[in-house]
Design a protein around this ligand. Sequence first.
Ligand SMILES: [Zn+2]
Length: 75
Amino acid sequence: MSDKIADLAALRAQKRRRKCPICGKPASEQSRPFCSEACRRIDLDRWRTEAYRIPAEESDEEESQPKPDDEEKDG
Ligand SMILES: [Zn+2]
């Protein structure tokens, strides 16, 4: 009977164990969900680069068409 319980626990542990999204190695408890601090850093760097890539909210100008200088009247 205790065998079954142990089996269940093992199964749960397996389910909980995640793989490092960077290199695919089993994640470590210390640096979940990554396998190591190194991989965590890589992920962070990636995230940062992506963030920098996205331009800040572009303020769309309201019809800023150049006005023609045709206001020439003979005074
Ligand atoms: Zn890793």
